[in-house]
Design a binder for this molecule. Structure first.
Ligand code: BEZ
Ligand code: FE
Length: 291
């Protein structure tokens, strides 16, 4: 793009066009197209709110801090995307499913892709601390037919609301994580402990900013699942404990009525505990779309 005599003069009235004139997005370039759209919105925002130079420097300082707080172990940018509802919106737009199918919710930052495979009926609680929980899982298709051989990864917080990778010195490696496979009837079961809800991390720039505004940072108690089966859309979701008092104010907008489950009082291997009976319903993958 040449910036010859015909280039627009930059002004409040022409700012977005002056930028667009220089920024070539190309036909198949999603990232530049998104950036170009975002720039238009940033210009509009500045024209509307008219920040002083000092106020704008504070915005830049905040974003700089978010970048510095992000590394391989902690993704502060993801937390920002989650807290402003952007992650939930992207999930919803991309995984609209027919009635009766299990909806997706965000995966969150505590997933590990090296989760060990465990036998049906075994316990994912490696330290045995907490109220016992017996979980029955059924994976079906939309017609109610069982899906055998589905791979189900689950992970959850402990009874104090912490994931194993948040407390490497206190919890055993891979505590409260497991990879299971459904049998020919689309079923498996496992033992765990009842998870507690928790606050999203507030020790970084994003959590601090939101906490300062009084934004609710609680997540109701939940179990995470990623469910994969050949020929079906992958389900990434969470199941919420119906008894959690914070169900309606999830910081990350993840709760859907279909994802709330009653953990009923139960005898779990001779101990007083709870039982969860969960059914996930998968949708056939559309041809040509990654599942
Ligand atoms: C989670 O559900 O594990 C989670 C998601 C986003 C931020 C913090 C936690
Ligand atoms: Fe979680």
């Amino acid at each position: 793009m040449s910036l010859g005599a015909k280039a627009l003069t930059f002004s409040e009235a022409t700012s977005s066009e002056a930028f667009a004139e220089r920024f070539s997005t190309g036909p198949d370039s999603n990232l530049p197209r998104l950036i170009a759209a975002a720039v238009t919105h940033v210009h509009d925002l500045i024209k509307q709110f008219r920040p002083t130079q000092d106020e704008w420097r504070k915005v830049i300082a905040f974003l700089t801090e978010v970048g510095h707080a992000s590394d391989d172990r902690r993704q502060e940018w993801v937390l920002l995307s989650d807290l402003i509802g952007a992650s939930a919106l992207v999930e919803e737009i991309n995984t609209r499913r027919p009635k009766g199918a299990t909806p997706n919710t965000i995966r969150g930052p505590f997933f590990r892709n090296d989760t060990p495979e465990r036998a049906c009926g075994s316990s994912i609680s490696l330290d045995g601390i907490g109220e016992p929980l017996a979980v029955e899982v059924q994976v079906n298709d939309l017609d109610g037919l069982p899906i055998g051989g589905a791979e189900v990864v689950t992970w959850q917080a402990n009874s104090e609301g912490f994931y194993e990778n948040q407390q490497p010195d206190l919890q055993p490696e891979h505590n409260l994580r497991g990879l299971f496979r459904t049998d020919a009837q689309g079923h498996f079961d496992y033992r765990s402990v009842v998870p507690s809800g928790y606050g999203v991390p507030d020790d970084g720039p994003v959590g601090r900013l939101f906490a300062d505004t009084g934004y609710p940072l609680r997540r109701p108690a939940h179990l995470h699942f990623v469910i994969r089966a050949k020929g079906f859309e992958t389900i990434t979701t969470q199941i919420y404990d119906a008894s959690d008092p914070h169900l309606s104010e999830d910081a990350l907008f993840g709760v859907r009525p279909e994802l709330v489950s009653r953990f009923e009082p139960a005898d779990v291997d001779g101990r007083h505990g709870k039982a969860a009976d969960l059914t996930f319903v998968m949708v056939r993958a559309k041809p040509g779309r990654a599942s």
